[in-house]
Design a binder for this molecule. Structure first.
Ligand code: FMN
Length: 366
């Protein structure tokens, strides 16, 4: 007999944002916004998830205003002409009672220069390292670092202006903010480098800029991960004490909610406890947290980029942890990419109707 799904459909609130339930759509890059402007198809894609009981949508990564912030012309911008497209997305989602935040992104040194807009400009990273030991560019100048901090602040003010319900900062997966967090790519000797606590300074300055530009009452999520696309086994914080030292300055700077990105939500983060990364983050900061990683699917997401399918599975373990208060919200990625009605089906107990993940879904915006 399956567990009750009721804990997943209880309301939740943080910093004034009232969510109807605990289901969050995970940010997923779709690269379907020609010239960086999200169109009608993108708006309809998000609206379909909202009208099917997804409590909060976090959009695909959308890039802040810096010429080298994105790696592909079809990734949506979060400045200029794109803001009109985003306003339409927000209106569509709000029109059916949904909530939505953009995921603000800068890819940093992972940008493949030749394939990106402005191919004449070098990609930007804290120390110019594309992976540990391999330098491909000059370190970012202090002036460039400041311009990116300002761009995040501006983007949050624009998000508020356009009507978004808050913002998520992409501090995970080895992109720019995470490049500053990670010793392997951050060898700076100025205020933005140093030990793990000191390497949070870039993110702290971004959080402060967002607070200044968009207000203290504007909901702010920070996504972070131990793993990096450059190294799946990398760990920013090998022990709970390290994790506490990493999270403290970020929490104090004004993060409302932490989105702890893992590939399998059930994996214990440290020996001696079953708590996952979101569980530890909640315990250490006292702030709300979002868990993520293979919810209702048999295989994890990196495999899906290699063409692997995943079967639909039950969610009893997830429900048990949620009910126990280990974390507060649950982000669902591929299961919601393939099926806009995932949340409604779960709410109605229609588990046999849940769809497997087929990588062919990556080609469409259904
Ligand atoms: C097609 C695709 C695109 C993604 N793009 C992003 C992104 O833009 N930003 C981000 O933080 N994570 C991104 N992710 C990771 C997801 O947010 C999520 O953490 C991951 O898919 C694990 O959740 P799942 O197992 O439920 O799919 C992406 C994942 C997929 C499958």
């Amino acid at each position: 007999m399956s567990r009750s799904v009721a804990p997943l459909f209880e309301p939740f609130a943080f910093n004034g944002l009232e969510l109807a339930n605990r289901v969050v759509m995970a940010p997923m890059t779709r690269s379907k916004s020609p010239n960086g402007v999200p169109g009608e198809d993108v708006a309809a894609y998000y609206r379909r998830r909202a009208e099917n009981e997804t409590g909060l949508i976090i959009t695909e990564g959308t890039t802040v205003n810096d010429p080298v912030s994105k790696g592909d012309a079809n990734i949506p911008d979060f400045h200029g002409e794109a803001l009109k497209g985003w306003k339409h997305v927000v209106d569509e989602v709000h029109g059916v009672g949904g909530k939505i935040m953009p995921q603000l992104w800068h890819v940093g040194i992972t940008r493949v220069q030749e394939n990106a807009p402005y191919p004449e400009l070098p990609s930007a990273g804290p120390s110019g390292l594309v992976k540990p030991g391999k330098q491909i560019a000059e370190p970012m100048t202090k002036d460039h670092v400041q311009r990116v901090i300002d761009a995040f602040g501006r983007a949050a003010a624009d998000a508020r202006e356009v009507g978004f319900d808050g913002v998520e900062i992409h501090g995970a997966h080895g992109y720019l903010i995470d490049q500053f967090f990670w010793e392997g790519l951050n060898q700076r000797e100025d205020q933005f480098g140093g030990d793990l606590t000191q390497r949070t300074e870039f993110a702290v300055k971004i959080i402060e800029a967002i607070r200044r530009e968009a207000g203290k009452d504007y909901p702010l999520i920070l996504r972070f991960s131990q793993w990096k696309q450059q190294d799946y086994t990398a760990r920013l914080a090998p022990t709970p004490d390290d994790l506490g030292a990493f999270l403290k300055p970020l929490s104090e700077a004004g993060v409302d909610c932490f989105h702890a990105s893992t590939r399998r939500f059930w994996e214990p983060e440290f020996d001696g406890s079953s708590l996952n990364l979101a569980g530890w983050t909640k315990k250490l900061t006292g702030k709300p947290t979002i868990t993520v990683g293979s919810v209702s699917l048999s295989g994890e997401f990196i495999g899906s980029f290699m063409g692997e399918s995943s079967e639909a599975t039950g969610i009893d373990d997830l429900l048990e942890r949620l009910e126990a208060g280990e974390f507060d919200l649950v982000a669902v990625g591929r299961a919601l990419l393939v099926d806009p009605a995932w949340a409604r089906k779960v709410h109605e107990g229609r588990f046999s109707d849940l769809m497997p993940f087929d990588p062919k879904a990556l080609a469409t915006l259904s």
